[in-house]
Design a protein. Structure first.
Lengths: 333, 635
């Protein structure tokens, strides 16, 4: 894809009025995507946004690219078929925690294990927004909603852990209003294969403030562990916290730097280590952000095309007449 | 008294043979080899493989019996026949399950080697039918095929198990001798099949030859001779055997070629549709991509995604899979993208009878979606017709930007018939014109004539647009909740499908006059049986006609007028009454069903009896409802 310096963020916005609730985190994500696409040199006609159903899945209507708002949970399947048929385009899938992990959990699993070359953004607001606030598969235990007046008793799924378990080869996390969200999206775009990005998203109407500690400018730094490959896991406002591997419990623990604990005691991020990524997926008191895991591997759509090429090389120019005459035939005169 | 085996062959017009044995006895292979040899003899033929429900049912049980029926003739035939003239029973269970279908006086070939105490017990037989007089009404050729096979393959040093496996070839050799078929194609086939294990090829060929030599040299019991069935008078041309799913697969590929598109086939394995996926997976070099999805929903969604990307999205399945695909088919109707859905029907509801045939998805195909969601529905009449109807499905889907459901069924899918290889020049190409002109473009600009919307593929400069399941404004394609617009769009979607009718051939009267006492109206795989039954009834001077529908939504333009010229309309279906309901609702005529819901195709005899009952003012359905089984098979 050639760099197209003429396009700006505005060029990627459609003429349709955006209809999310005021203050919805989806606005910030839309802006991040519209900022990132010109930066990575994407073109309008070669970008296709495919979504399921949910507030988040309205996304394609607000983009001036090609877009397909499909049915609940199935966007990964539409996207797989589209990418196989139309390999020249960049495909971005937009899904929600309900869309991608409840009704569409199966398709997400298979998209990730196949490693189709596309990006998938899962907007996680831990709630069913569009249907007015029922608990979702990522809602915490005890969540009170219209469908769980006494609190949800469902154990939640951790999206990035699900992705890692499914065999995803690119797993990252960001949040709606983060300045670094664009970088995470860019990394997912540059990855050859399925780039899975969980985006923590605030729903001010039905689940307000659940990520506030993490995303707030003041409190945030104490909870955000931004990962960088090959760098020690340091975080905190004054870079005064770190993550250490506790051999006795085989888990990660947050430690305060200073005293007898130095950077040398901290874990160094290795994004090719799936076991480490699992540990990072779900830590108490801190949220791992950025690229948790990245591993090059066979890309599904390429493998499918390679097989077709092999068949073409082996059997030569297709001859339908010869196909019909293959095997036993006989003449009646 | 014995018959010398060198006597002249007796001429027969038509013969029905049923091969039956345990699932492990190789009856399907035996049947298909007999079919290949028979086709080469120039006979007309029709086959009916009748698989057991279980893949590996316990050996010797009645539910593990696998059957293959072939009807071949010197005359034009259209069904695998009613009652067999010859039954080959490889074990007691096969005999038990099939004996009462055998014609009285028919030939029964039994492998006595399998009639052990244990096998009799497994088949649930108290007495040995070889000894208790059960076979008295038939001519019997009782042979220890197991022993003679082991003898024939002894020198190849196979174990008892592999040795026994050859007994189907021994039996085939005997049948080849009885009916004067050439062994060479089977010999060639065995050599090819066991290329990597030549000793198995040699042993099987030895068994095949031994069966044949047995026939040549043994003294046959009285009444058993050899037969010949002269060539049938088929239209001149080049022929091959074809099964329905193979024909559908080829039709899809050729239809896509006529449209100038590549095929994307998304599917999830399900009986009896799986072989469509197998056939297409072998045709990658014809511009075919196959995608074995994680379920039927993903399969259809991927296909719709491919159609959005400018390929011909096709998905294939059976009834339960169509149920799962309903929502996505509705989306394809809403976003108006081409899609071909092949529904190879089987017995339902739910899992029903996977290996048995039925026509009970008609109403699901027509109306099985939420909202007002019309689409085109087609049905193939014979295995070979699947080729033509698949092309027709592609034509309608691409010309009208709509999903099309092509109904076939298990009987067509697996049944074979000689098929005249079509002259491809008869097909007019119908190339797709993708939209590239931005002038006046929005995704729902329509062709004035067909009402099809413009097909603009992502990647095309300046045609960026968004589509989706939400209602679209008729004049921009943007989301619209305007009440009048929804009314209008619903009417447009209806008019687009209804308008296909202008583009369809008239319904044909396949037999008889275009008016009269009774029209027998069928659709799908019942074609052959209805045709021949109507022919028989007409021979007795009755004013009965056969009309067979290949377009079910919309109906052919002349159908209403045509049916109104008959006093009565009778609709035989392998379901509990579907097309009759639609005809009553659409045309207000008194269409009455005749329904067989046994998972088995119609016999000609029972249809003759039903038509005659109907002509006599009786309700033919009472024949089934009262007895729950097919009668009149020998009529
Ligand atoms: C087949 C089907 N079932 C249910 C719905 C109703 N529905 C629409 S969106 C949704 C949940 C969306 O939740 P999520 O994916 O988290 O998206 P959000 O609205 O929170 O962005 C549900 C249940 C539907 N549209 N289709
Ligand atoms: S309901 Fe929540 S998620 Fe949906 S648009 Fe409103 S704020 Fe956003
Ligand atoms: Mg949500």
């Amino acid at each position: 894809m050639t760099e197209n310096p003429k396009l700006t963020r505005k060029d990627f916005a459609s003429d349709q009025e955006v209809r999310w609730c005021p203050g919805c985190g989806d606005y910030a994500i839309l802006a991040a995507v519209q900022r990132t696409l010109p930066k990575v040199g994407a073109s309008l006609e070669k970008t296709v946004v495919i979504s399921g159903i949910g507030c988040s899945s309205r996304f394609p209507y607000y983009m001036s690219t090609y877009g397909f708002h499909t049915i609940h949970g199935r966007a990964p399947a539409f996207a797989t078929g589209h990418k196989l048929a139309n390999p020249e385009v960049d495909v971005w899938v937009v899904t929600g925690d309900g869309d991608g992990l409840s009704i569409g959990g199966n398709h997400l699993l298979h998209l990730l294990r196949r490693n189709v070359n596309l990006q998938i953004m899962l907007f996680n607001n831990q709630i069913y927004g569009l249907t007015k606030g029922q608990y979702s598969p990522t809602s915490t235990v005890g969540k009170v909603t219209p469908s769980s007046p006494l609190g949800s008793v469902d154990q939640p799924v951790v999206p990035v852990r699900f992705a890692l378990g499914a065999g995803a080869k690119f797993v990252a996390r960001g949040y709606d209003v983060s300045k670094k969200l664009g970088d995470v999206l860019e990394a997912s775009y540059r990855f050859q294969g399925t780039g899975f990005v969980e985006i923590l998203q605030n729903c001010p109407v039905f689940n307000d403030g659940i990520f506030e500690l993490i995303t707030d400018r003041k409190t945030g730094p104490a909870y955000q562990l931004w990962l960088e490959h090959g760098k020690p896991m340091v975080f905190g406002k004054n870079s005064d916290k770190g993550v250490r591997f506790n051999q006795a419990t085989f888990s990660l623990e947050v430690v305060d730097l200073g005293g007898d604990i130095t950077e040398a005691d901290l874990l160094v991020h290795d994004e090719t280590n799936r076991t480490l990524a699992f540990l990072l997926a779900d830590m108490p008191n801190v949220v791992a952000l950025g690229v948790l895991f990245r591993e090059e591997g066979p890309v599904y759509d390429e493998s499918v095309r390679t097989q077709r090429k092999l068949a073409e090389d082996k059997f030569g120019t297709p001859d339908f007449e010869a196909l019909m005459r293959s095997g036993h035939t006989w003449t009646v005169s | 008294m014995t018959t010398p085996s060198t006597h002249l062959r007796e001429d027969l017009d038509s013969v029905v043979i049923r091969f039956a044995g345990d699932s492990g006895d190789g009856m399907q292979l035996t049947g298909s080899q007999f079919t290949a040899a028979t086709a080469l003899m120039g006979n007309d033929l029709a086959t009916f493989p009748d698989y057991p429900a279980e893949i590996r049912a316990p050996a010797g049980t009645t539910y593990g019996v696998s059957g293959f029926q072939i009807h071949f003739a010197s005359i034009d035939i259209m069904t695998p026949g009613d009652a067999p003239d010859v039954l080959v029973a490889m074990n007691p269970a096969a005999l038990k399950v099939n004996l009462d279908t055998l014609k009285r006086g028919g030939l029964c070939v039994v492998n006595t080697g399998a009639f052990t105490k244990g096998n009799l017990k497994k088949a649930g037989l108290e007495a040995n039918p070889l000894e208790d007089g059960s076979l008295d009404p038939y001519r019997v050729l009782a042979l220890d095929i197991t022993k003679m096979t082991l003898e024939a393959v002894k020198e190849y040093g196979l174990g008892a198990k592999d040795g026994q496996r050859c007994k189907n070839m021994w039996t085939l050799g005997l049948m080849f001798w009885l009916f004067g078929r050439d062994r060479q194609p089977t010999v060639d086939w065995l050599k090819q099949k066991f290329k990597k294990k030549p000793v198995l090829a040699d042993a099987n060929i030895a068994a095949l030859n031994a069966g044949h030599i047995y026939g040549e040299s043994a003294e046959m019991p009285s009444g058993i001779g050899t037969y010949q069935v002269p060539r049938a008078e088929l239209a001149p041309g080049r022929y091959r055997n074809i099964e329905g799913n193979q024909a559908t697969a080829w039709g899809l590929v050729y239809g896509a070629k006529l449209a100038g598109l590549e095929v994307f086939y998304g599917s999830y394995p399900i009986t009896p549709a799986s072989s469509l996926l197998h056939h297409l997976a072998k045709l990658k070099h014809f511009g075919v991509t196959t995608f074995q999805a994680e379920d039927e929903i993903a399969a259809v969604c991927a296909s719709v995604g491919a159609s959005y990307g400018g390929q011909l999205g096709v998905t294939g399945t059976s009834g339960p899979g169509v149920a799962l695909k309903a929502e996505a088919i509705g989306l394809a109707i809403g976003v108006e993208l081409p899609l071909v859905v092949c529904d190879v029907q089987r017995g339902g509801p739910s899992t029903g009878m996977p290996t048995k045939t039925e026509q009970s998805d008609l109403l699901q195909a027509m109306w099985g979606r939420n909202g007002d969601a019309p689409l085109a529905v087609l049905a193939a009449a014979t295995p070979g017709d699947c080729f033509y109807m698949a092309i027709e499905a592609v034509r309608i889907a691409t010309k009208y930007m709509t999903p099309v459901i092509l109904l076939t069924d298990g009987y067509l899918a697996n049944g074979a018939e000689p098929w005249q290889i079509p002259d491809l020049s008869q097909f007019e190409p119908f190339p797709v014109n993708f939209r590239t002109d931005p002038e006046g473009f929005h995704p729902f600009v329509r062709d004035e004539d067909t009402l099809a919307r413009a097909w603009a593929v992502p990647g095309t400069p300046e045609l960026m647009h968004r589509i989706g399941g939400l209602e679209k404004h008729h004049d921009s394609g943007h989301i619209s909740y305007d009440p009048n617009n929804h009314h209008k769009m619903t009417k447009v979607r209806e008019a687009k499908i209804a308008g296909i009718q202008k583009d369809l051939p008239d319904a044909k009267v396949h037999l008889g006059e275009d008016s009269g006492e009774l029209a027998v109206v069928g659709w799908g795989s019942t074609y052959g049986a209805i045709h021949q039954a109507v022919e028989q009834v007409r021979a007795s001077g009755k004013r009965v006609s056969h009309v067979h529908l290949r377009h079910l939504s919309p109906f052919p333009p002349n159908l209403a007028a045509l049916l109104s010229r008959f006093d009565e309309v009778m609709v035989p279906e392998m379901n509990n009454g579907m097309l009759d309901k639609v005809l009553r609702a659409e045309f207000g005529i008194n269409a009455q069903g005749y329904n067989k819901i046994s998972g088995q195709p119609f016999y000609i005899g029972e249809l003759v009896a039903a038509i005659e009952a109907r002509l006599a003012g009786k309700n033919p359905n009472q024949m089934y409802d009262a007895h729950g089984s097919a009668h009149g098979a020998e009529a």
